[in-house]
Design a protein around this ligand. Structure first.
Ligand code: FAD
Length: 383
């Protein structure tokens, strides 16, 4: 590939835009297809950059990737804010993790031991310490710890900042949904729903369409990949904290009766409260039971949340995969993939974009990309 390479990125969420930024850094001609940039999960997400509190015991590789991605954000966040000329609400203020009752606390203790074995700093908090650093936390909860390495960003400002920079760098935005992909000799042709005349040819294209990526893989007859992807719905609320109490001063997350809940405070008194994890396809209803559960759990942990005013109830579709790993790498011919970031796409996308960019340009790509290869799903039968 050369700097003259023309590349289409299909999808304008955290994954597509982060990759487009890397490609423009190589002076490629970059075209981003999306009927509405930033309208997918990246708009709904809470923006937690939480490699520790999101780590699962049985997923050490993913935990490593999240840890590396979190370090990447340390320099990436100020660079993006500076280049866009806006704040992106990056707050390295740490996270309080709690267990509401004895069972939840037992899980928190086990998770803490695992994290400590990975070298993560987890500080158990006494009731007195909890009162001091997060006075809004209910004294009734069974226990809590502080994780200094889990941060947050305002994902909406992040997407806005990326869009500003990409426009400055000369990216082309096409407000169409890609409806067909074909490899024609050494080129990739894309058709969009803007009309049959709207067929364009590129050297390469990258599927970065989040939870909708399965339909793109089907367009190129790659059912082996498409069937391993699934949307995982998340319902989430946005409130404005009451001025008398204010929002919590840290991200607060944990479990109430084994049900996860989090509160993510922004600098402007907004608090994001979430979220469900539902495998219900692209169901666009907002289930009242989910909303009342989220609110009941949140108010049990931070009682003053009851005084907040609700300004948004929303849902998004996480791009899930059968093994919870992202789908990042070469598919075939001129087609690449940057998708499947599931619950961690805001955290991980800038880091995986950097790796994919290096793979596309054969510029010392990291070895771990073989674990995220889209072709890992090919079964012996299909080989
Ligand atoms: C409730 C909730 C909370 C979350 N919280 C966090 C969090 O705290 N931290 C974190 O790291 N992650 C979080 N996530 C996960 C994160 O939001 C996703 O992993 C990430 O946003 C995925 O980015 P994406 O660009 O792949 O997908 P999306 O943001 O969904 O973008 C995909 C884009 O592709 C476009 N598209 C689809 N089909 C086509 C087509 N045919 N042609 C052109 N364009 C197309 C869509 O319009 C969309 O804009 C959360 C997700 C949810 C739902």
């Amino acid at each position: 590939m050369t700097s003259q390479t023309s590349i289409a990125v299909i999808g304008g969420g955290a994954a597509g835009l982060s990759l487009a930024l890397k490609l423009l850094g190589r002076s490629c001609e970059v075209t981003i297809y999306d009927p509405q940039v930033g309208s997918g999960a990246s708009n709904v997400a809470a923006g937690m950059l939480a490699p520790a509190s999101e780590a699962n015991f049985d997923e050490p590789f993913l935990a490593d990737i999240m840890e590396l991605a979190s370090r990447y954000w340390g320099t990436f966040a100020p660079e993006i804010a500076d280049r866009a000329g806006i704040s992106i609400g990056y707050q390295p203020t740490g996270t309080i993790v709690f267990g509401a009752d004895a069972g939840d606390l037992a899980y928190l203790d086990r998770a803490s031991k695992y994290l400590i074995s990975r070298g993560v700093s987890v500080e158990p908090l006494t009731l007195r310490e909890r009162r001091k650093i997060e006075p809004l936390l209910s004294p009734e909860i069974a226990g809590a710890s502080y994780i200094s390495g889990d941060h947050q960003v305002n994902n909406r400002l992040f997407i806005k900042a990326l869009t500003i920079i990409l426009e400055k760098l000369g990216a082309t935005f096409i407000p169409g949904r890609v409806s067909a992909i074909s490899q024609v000799a050494s080129h990739v042709e894309l058709q969009s729903d803007l009309g049959t005349d709207e067929t364009r040819s590129f050297d390469l294209c990258v599927i970065a369409s989040g939870a909708w990526s399965d339909s793109l893989f089907r367009m190129i007859d790659r059912a082996d990949i498409a069937t391993q992807l699934l949307p995982v719905k998340g319902q989430v609320l946005r409130v404005t904290a009451d001025t008398n109490y204010g929002p919590p001063s840290h991200v607060v997350r944990g479990a109430v009766n084994n049900r996860p809940v989090y509160m993510v405070p922004r600098v402007d008194h907004e608090v994001v409260i979430g979220a469900t994890m539902e495998e219900v396809g692209f169901d666009t209803s907002q289930r009242l039971g989910a909303i009342t559960d989220i609110l009941a759990d949140a108010t049990r942990v931070v009682p003053s949340i009851r005084e907040s005013s609700l300004f948004e109830s929303n849902f998004g579709f996480r791009p899930g995969t059968s093994d919870n790993l992202p789908v990042v790498g070469h598919v075939s011919g001129g087609i690449w993939a940057h998708t499947g970031h599931f619950r961690h796409g805001v955290l991980v996308s800038p880091f995986t974009a950097d790796a994919l960019d290096r793979a596309i340009f054969n510029d010392s790509p990291p070895d771990w990309l073989k674990e995220t290869s889209p072709n890992r799903f090919i079964t012996d039968k299909l080989r």
